[in-house]
Ligand binder design. Structure first.
Ligand SMILES: *Cc1c(COP(=O)(O)O)cnc(C)c1O
Length: 394
């Protein structure tokens, strides 16, 4: 065993560590203030106050009303609620029957839209993307038409596999002009892009705390007041009758703290990570044989670098990187290991044999310039070894 082995985490788009301050604020809500926030007694009221404060913190940071924040179990639930909840309500009130989404959405959106098509009788329009992963406004305009038959539009703010930032303000402006509900998967964007809803024409926006230094299994759904919504989960009257189930108070308290930290540090941290990201991209394109950037160079998250290395499957590179102490991924945690071509890379037009070769390096709090230097020193060797152009050295 090499005791000096490095541990460099470059998979922040898959999940992040819980920030120490987040852990500290959650702790008492497991052990001391454990009451049900709906209870009348004081133990419950303590939890109820914490829940109200968390809602207030998140609403203020988003420039939303407290009544517009719904706590969920994370990004997958928020995406389901955003797409299903808006589509079903719009069909009930207006008879609209078509869902519009993009080819590179997370499966939480894409499979939800397909489920609504296959089991609930909706029609589905899937927008193509250009070779950078951007939805073209002309395609969107043609798909939405006069909007009368459209039940919901769902386009993500930023893509998890390739970091591309979509023109959601423009798409949202068109939706608003046509009166069509617009859901945004903002799981990768929360804490990284400005999402203040007074300046952004979106009706629903889903997030997940574990992507921004909060705990797993909790998120929030922003839902603009007045937008018709059918809850996807029935039961008690929690969350103003929009999401049944006792609220997970400790995790929600932690999420509010985490969101406060990332929103406060957002511009400064983005600027810091952008420098590291650009060194990674520049160094890898220059020194790794066959490497190509995936996603947009300009419209890209500051923390995100992603590539295909032609002729190589991701898995071998990821295992070798892991042995060298570097945690990276092939794009999405959900499909990694499966060795399936990525639906995102295929939608960009990456040939099938290269679409299994995605390599994603996503930066975050823990990363320092030395981490980037180390990866830039190791990765070219690893790729050469795997391609058989250099002897294996262990
Ligand atoms: C991680 C992720 C999700 C799912 O969030 P979970 O909280 O892990 O369920 C949805 N959309 C995007 C873009 C993601 O990156």
């Amino acid at each position: 065993m090499n005791k000096a082995r490095r541990s460099i985490y470059l998979d922040h788009s898959a999940s992040t560590p819980v920030h120490p301050e987040v852990l500290a604020v959650m702790q008492p809500y497991f052990s001391e203030f454990y009451g049900n926030p709906s209870s009348i007694h004081s133990v419950g009221r303590r939890a109820g106050v914490a829940l109200a404060n968390a809602r207030q913190t998140i609403a203020e940071l988003l420039h939303a009303k407290t009544s517009e924040i719904i706590f969920t179990s994370g990004g997958t639930e928020g995406d389901n609620a955003g797409v299903r909840g808006l589509a079903l309500a719009r069909r009930e009130t207006m008879g609209a029957n078509r869902i519009i989404t993009s080819a590179i959405e997370h499966h939480a959106v894409l499979y939800t839209a397909e489920d609504l098509r296959d089991h609930y009788g909706f029609e589905l329009t899937i927008l193509p993307v250009d070779s950078d992963g951007l939805v073209r406004m002309a395609d969107f305009g043609a798909a939405v038409g006069d909007g009368r038959d459209v039940a919901v539009v769902s386009v993500m703010a930023a893509n998890n596999e390739i970091g591309t930032i979509q023109p959601i303000a423009e798409i949202g402006a068109q939706c608003r002009a046509l009166g069509v509900p617009f859901h945004v998967d903002a799981v990768q964007a929360a804490g990284k892009l400005p999402l203040q809803v007074d300046a952004l024409p979106v009706d629903a926006l889903s997030t997940s705390a574990h992507k921004f230094y909060g705990p797993k299994g909790v998120g929030f759904l922003y839902l603009r007041s007045g937008v018709p919504f059918l809850p996807i989960q029935t039961g008690g009257s929690h969350e103003n009758n929009r999401r049944a189930g006792t609220e997970n108070v400790p995790l929600i308290v932690g999420m509010a703290k985490a969101f406060e930290i990332v929103e406060t540090e957002r511009d400064q941290e983005n600027a810091r990570l952008r420098v590291l990201r650009d060194q990674l991209i520049g160094g890898i394109l220059e020194n790794v044989e066959g490497a190509q950037l995936t996603g947009s160079r300009a419209q890209r998250l500051d923390s995100h670098a992603s590539f295909v290395i032609s002729g190589l499957e991701a898995e071998g590179v990821l295992i070798a990187l892991d042995l060298a102490g570097v945690a990276a991924s092939s794009g999405s945690a959900c499909t990694s290991g499966a060795q399936q071509p990525s639906h995102v890379l295929e939608a960009l037009g990456v040939p099938g044999r290269d679409a299994v070769g995605g390599l994603r390096l996503t930066l975050g709090h823990s990363n320092r310039p030395e981490d980037v230097e180390y990866v830039l020193a190791k990765l070219p060797q690893i790729v050469m070894q795997i391609k058989g152009a250099a002897p294996i050295t262990l």
